[in-house]
Design a protein around this ligand. Structure first.
Ligand SMILES: *Cc1c(COP(=O)(O)O)cnc(C)c1O
Length: 423
């Protein structure tokens, strides 16, 4: 099984003789064993097996193995949401008094998690911008900095992270690079191939692909050397939360993902439900096909909009005149998924008019599923802000964020043709 589209369909669940062809939903909190000794060994992490769904479950395990195979990692952990995936990744290696570095153009929920919540628990965050040079970023790494974070393709600003640049700085200081790969998915980019150490997903977006189940995933490349410095005592020193286990010794290359599960998931309980993992697996089966179409349709719409005389500007890294086009070619193979930002001439009023005229395209606060949808931040998510404040927040009043689905491109274009004609 060497091709990624085959892994989408087949990896994870391999039924034995007479077992269900499709992934079964193990709708059970707990699992039965015949001897107390086996159960004891499971608790001591000397045996592998399932005993309580907060820690692991066969349905989740199959989907975790599929995602790990798609990204090329040694292991993965499903979480209840993308936010939970980010939080659990940082809690696995950071504690009060530590610092992390993150690009500032990231998903709003992640920005708030870093800027407010992590600070409240004593983890300091240094924000950098995507255009900083290696030297500028290097100068911001402190002795207590434990990771660098970025988004492959940022939501909503659609910047492409220079993964190799960030990885080089991180590795020079013996700290991991953590990449949120939600928008490209492993079909369009596999960050481990460019030096990232940990990958995070909101599976609620393209991976699920149908907007039916919230979820997240943390994936471990298995390549980061936690023992190369004294920066990660949680992984390299006896762990009091697990009777003296040294995760880096006991689990070797899978130390990070083992610690994330045995400690952080055990303590915080942000596991995905077996039902949602089943739905996620259905989505993953068609991921390669869908991403191909999303990326094709995204590019077609970006080109169509940039030639329209009522459109002021289009932001899509797959367009040759976009400032991140070279990075999009390098990291995404030019396949930039289906999210496109654009502004109409005539400001906020014209944008609202356009939104109200769309028929096929739905107005929803969600991106990255099979159906084409659009969002006008200035009249919805950012509606409290004045035009001046919107500009400061980097949200132009006329900006529309379009999530291009997998419908026939001609139908999507004719929807915009008629709606643009109305303004
Ligand atoms: C949506 C999103 C998240 C948060 O995921 P949820 O599943 O909504 O918690 C994180 N990162 C990116 C890039 C996202 O688009």
């Amino acid at each position: 099984m060497s091709h990624i589209d085959t892994k989408c369909v087949q990896a994870g669940w391999t039924p034995k003789n007479g077992e269900a062809r499709t992934l079964p939903i193990y709708q059970s909190t707990t699992f039965k064993y015949d001897s107390a000794k086996t159960l004891g060994d499971l608790f001591d992490l000397n045996e592998s097996g399932h005993f309580y769904t907060r820690l692991s479950n066969p349905t989740l395990e199959a989907v975790e193995n599929k995602i790990a195979a798609l990204e090329g990692g040694v292991g993965a952990m499903l979480t209840s949401s993308g936010q939970a995936a980010t939080m659990s990744a940082f809690l696995t290696i950071c504690r009060a008094g530590d610092n992390i570095i993150s690009t500032s153009e990231i998903y709003g929920g992640t920005y708030n998690l870093f800027n407010i919540t992590l600070r409240q628990i004593g983890i300091d965050v240094t924000f950098i911008n995507n255009d900083m040079s290696s030297d500028e970023i290097d100068a911001l790494v402190k002795p207590n900095t434990k990771a660098i974070f970025g988004e492959t393709l940022s939501n909503p600003s659609l910047r492409v992270a220079d993964i190799e640049k960030l990885a080089a700085v991180a590795h020079k200081h013996n700290i991991p690079l953590i990449i949120d790969n939600t928008f490209p998915t492993p079909i369009n980019c596999r960050p481990f191939e460019f030096g990232a150490d940990i990958v995070i997903h909101s599976t609620s977006k393209y991976m699920d692909g149908h907007a039916v189940a919230l979820g997240g995933a943390v994936v471990d490349s298995g390549r980061f050397d936690w023992k190369a410095s004294d920066k990660f005592p949680m992984l390299c020193e006896p762990d009091e939360s697990y009777h003296g286990t040294v995760f880096a010794d006991k689990f070797g290359p899978a130390a990070f993902i083992a610690k994330a599960r045995c400690h952080i998931m055990r303590d915080c309980g942000m596991q995905q439900s077996p039902q949602n993992a089943f739905l996620l697996n259905l989505g993953l089966e068609t991921l390669a096909l869908r991403m191909e179409r999303h990326s094709q349709n995204g590019l077609s719409m970006a080109k169509y909009l940039s030639q329209h005389d009522k459109v002021a500007w289009v932001d899509y890294p797959g367009l040759e005149d976009n400032k991140d086009y070279p990075l999009a070619c390098k990291y995404l193979g030019g396949k930039c998924s289906g999210v496109v930002s654009f502004g109409v001439k005539g400001g906020k009023e014209a944008a609202v008019k356009l939104m109200e005229s769309l028929k096929l395209t739905a107005l929803v606060i969600h991106v990255a599923d099979a159906r084409t949808s659009a969002l006008h931040p200035a009249s919805t998510t950012h509606r409290q802000l004045t035009d001046e404040q919107l500009k400061e927040a980097g949200v132009q009043p006329e900006m529309i964020r379009l999530s291009v689905g997998i419908e026939n491109i001609e139908d999507i274009i004719s929807d915009f043709d008629q709606a643009l004609a109305n303004i």
